[in-house]
Design a protein around this ligand. Structure first.
Ligand SMILES: Cc1ncc(COP(=O)(O)O)c(C=O)c1O
Length: 376
């Protein structure tokens, strides 16, 4: 089925009333017909018809066998970390969303997990880092905010050769542009807050599993820990997904035009965007993705210019988050990556001149005019 059709019909919703949009089943619990029988729904922490539709469509979009949904992207990542036990090591990309690093460092490490950070764009570095305690490799591609690209297939082969899982956070590309499971990932994560929901109006997180065995373990954690997505938020995500294809195409088109504009602006020293000619690892990116996406990062010529842009943008809002219809600009050094040490930020290239832009679906000319007046 075409991905655009899956976005609309992937939840497979059918109802005797004929209603087209899945209703919001705002019920905590469900009555049993008699002892030992069930309508298929018992208690909303375990499953709810509205949420089930959202999970079905995300599983279908990501080519997984099952999907569980959570109250945020961070809740989804936390749940996946519960698959591991004290003493296990996770090999992780050294450039990741700062909140994921904060989770690993301040919560998962306290509970006995170990993390080794490597540049997963270099498979030889990953290869060298395995030892018998390593149980999984964790990647984002492209990474947030440095847009580093990892070869999913190569890293999946390495992970599997060492008996490890490959976990991929696919938030930046969305399932519209990339399906990591097709390249060997075992678990795909999403901050559904971003492109899937798409309207900067709700939080959500998803865990998609390739195989039944892991999916069953995740379902057990999901019903036990209870960070599930509420029916109303699930409904918002299902509605958002209906326009995923249109939004991704429109945002990507805008991002391409903006990247070119920024690349030619005298106060911009470097633009990181997979759609640009000289983007590092471009071949790898397009081997595994159907598009360049709509996220880009850029360096200004000075700290003052970066601050001026943040203060002067009018249409583009200076706000955290990404992937919505509204364009948002962020300052990773003090926002998404504030919990890294100064030394770590510098070594990763997260400097005082770096800005990250999530391009929305407004008119490209208006966005460019806004950036121009903010930079000039
Ligand atoms: C790549 C990535 N993964 C996960 C998250 C966390 O998602 P949430 O904010 O929905 O908890 C974010 C948030 O910005 C992100 O950018």
């Amino acid at each position: 089925m075409d991905i655009k059709t899956i976005c609309i019909h992937g939840s497979d919703w059918k109802d005797p009333t004929g209603c087209i949009s899945v209703p919001i089943f705002q019920s905590a619990t469900f009555g049993h017909p008699e002892l030992g029988s069930s309508t298929g729904y018992d208690y909303t922490r375990v499953q709810n018809p509205t949420r089930e539709c959202t999970e079905k469509v995300v599983a279908a979009l990501e080519h997984g066998c099952d999907c569980t949904s959570y109250s945020s992207g961070m809740a989804a990542i936390s749940m996946v970390m519960e698959l591991f036990k004290p003493g296990d090591t996770i090999l992780s990309s050294d450039d990741l969303y700062g909140g994921s690093i904060r989770l690993f460092r301040f919560i998962n490490e306290k509970n006995g997990l170990k993390f080794k950070y490597v540049n997963t764009s270099h498979p030889e570095e990953v290869e060298k880092a395995f030892d018998e305690t390593v149980k999984a490799v964790y990647i984002e591609t492209p990474t947030n905010p440095m847009m580093q690209v990892t070869d999913i297939q190569k890293i999946a082969e390495l992970a599997h050769a060492h008996g490890c899982l490959l976990i991929a956070d696919n938030t930046f590309m969305s399932p519209y542009f990339c399906n990591p499971i097709d390249f060997g990932a075992d678990i795909v994560l999403h901050s559904g807050t971003k492109y899937l929901a798409g309207h900067n109006d709700t939080l959500a997180g998803f865990v998609v599993c390739k195989d039944k065995e892991i999916a069953e373990k995740v379902r057990f954690l999901y019903k036990t820990v209870g960070g599930c997505l509420a029916p109303w938020d699930a409904w918002l995500v299902t509605r958002g997904i209906k326009t995923l294809a249109l939004r991704m195409e429109a945002a990507q088109k805008n991002a391409g035009a903006i990247a070119e504009f920024l690349e030619n602006h005298p106060k911009v020293t470097k633009v990181l965007y997979p759609g640009l000619k000289n983007f590092e690892n471009k071949d790898v990116h397009f081997k595994q993705s159907r598009g360049a996406g709509a996220m880009l990062s850029f360096y200004t010529d000075s700290h003052e210019t970066a601050l001026k842009v943040l203060k002067s943008v009018k249409l583009i809002r200076f706000a955290e988050s990404l992937g919505g219809v509204e364009s948002l600009i962020t300052y990773p050094a003090t926002q998404t990556h504030c919990d890294l040490t100064e030394e770590e930020r510098q070594s990763r290239g997260i400097t005082e001149c770096l800005l990250r832009l999530s391009v929305g679906i407004e008119g490209a000319e208006d966005l460019i005019a806004d950036l121009k007046q903010a930079l000039d």
